[in-house]
Design a protein around this ligand. Structure first.
Ligand SMILES: NC(=O)c1ccc[n+]([C@@H]2O[C@H](COP(=O)([O-])OP(=O)(O)OC[C@H]3O[C@@H](n4cnc5c(N)ncnc54)[C@H](O)[C@@H]3O)[C@@H](O)[C@H]2O)c1
Length: 323
């Protein structure tokens, strides 16, 4: 088992949703230094406010993780042992700038592999996405499910995974790939490019109708963000993860219609739900097989959807009502 205690860690995208929760987890578990590299495309200082108020060993670089020279300098200066790669630009960016949505995923992976090969740090824990699979051809989806990305974002995630795996295959570098399904929880972006839970919460709290795209029968497998952060740490600690791709999901699927109804019910919203045409290339079904994560990492989600949704919706309500 590898021990995080005293290790210097860099999180790309650490001012974002999952990255900031990962920072909290690593700090609480005794990491030496936690270094955040984020260009603040969607990252927010407020996501790190609590961690920065509690710990004096977290530092933020407002930089682009694609840049080889910048990353080399930071890795050397901060004597980094482990990089958790979580930087990306949200899936919905694919509809505005398809090339950019694809490219950022590949560019950062290339930079990090180059620096890993050069010995600038020792271990890469990389975040993939269930979007790399595309719509389920069978369910639950294990890690052997074919990759059929339907958006440029997903193509970039799939390409980065293949690149990283190929480096592992030829060089046996210290690498693990975690493939989360849909995450939700406090701090998820609720503005432009938002995902369904924060978007629906924001609209209802602002007195707007929730929006359902397409039939509403599309399904996703939701995992609470603190479970995901814990799993990233477990992927570092359990070295049997090296060279593998490991799904992170609950093994349960829920439709978009049911998600909107659950949020409406929790907030006591009884108005209409606005329907819009389905997004092009929307994945229709996602449901994880969580067996490998359990077998290799001993990981099982601790927060069920009902509990996680309640915590999340309370958080957005407090955020909007404190304004
Ligand atoms: N949220 C989900 O449901 C979900 C599901 C599966 C996988 N993932 C993966 O988890 C990781 C984190 O996602 P998230 O939901 O926290 O997204 P997020 O948008 O909240 O966080 C990503 C962070 O990356 C930063 N960033 C973007 N480009 C950058 C660059 N060039 N250099 C440095 N920082 C940059 C953004 O500013 C942002 O803070 C991503 O790899 C994503 O693909 C997320």
């Amino acid at each position: 088992m590898a021990d995080i205690k005293g290790k210097n860690v860099l999180i790309t995208g650490g001012a974002g949703f999952i990255g900031s929760h990962l920072a909290d987890t690593l700090l609480m578990k005794g990491a030496g230094k936690v270094i955040i590299v984020d260009n603040f495309f969607l990252g927010k200082e407020e996501n790190l406010a609590e961690a920065r108020a509690t710990f004096d060993n977290i530092f933020v670089y407002r930089d682009d993780a694609r840049d080889l020279g910048t990353m080399k300098t930071i890795l050397r200066k901060e004597q980094i042992d482990i990089v958790f790669n979580l930087a990306t630009i949200a899936l919905n960016y694919s509809f505005f700038n398809p090339y950019g949505a694809y490219r950022v995923n590949v560019d950062i992976a290339e930079t990090l592999l180059h620096l890993l090969q050069d010995g600038a740090y020792q271990t890469l824990i990389h975040s993939s996405s269930s979007e790399a699979y595309g719509t389920a051809q069978y369910s639950p989806m294990d890690e052997n499910h074919p990759m059929n990305p339907t958006t440029p974002y997903a193509a970039g995630k799939a390409a980065a995974d293949m690149l990283i795996q190929s480096f592992y295959n030829i060089l046996q570098l210290d690498i693990a790939i975690i493939r989360p399904f849909n995450n939700y929880g406090p701090r998820q972006n609720d503005q432009a490019l938002a995902a369904i839970i924060p978007l629906t919460a924001r609209r209802i709290l602002n007195g707007e109708k929730p929006v359902l795209e397409g039939t509403g029968l599309q399904t996703r497998d939701f995992i609470y963000v603190e479970d995901t952060a814990r799993a990233f740490l477990m992927a570092y600690e359990n070295e049997t993860s090296r060279g593998k791709i490991i799904n992170l999901g609950s093994g349960k699927e829920i439709s978009m219609k049911a998600v909107i109804e659950a949020i409406s019910e929790y907030y006591g919203y009884k108005g209409e739900i606005e329907t819009r045409p389905g997004r092009p290339a929307d994945v229709q079904r996602l449901c994880a097989s969580a067996n490998l994560a359990k077998g290799i990492l001993g990981f099982e989600p601790q927060v069920d959807f009902k509990t996680g949704l309640r915590r999340t919706l309370d958080w957005y309500q407090a955020k909007y009502h404190s304004r």
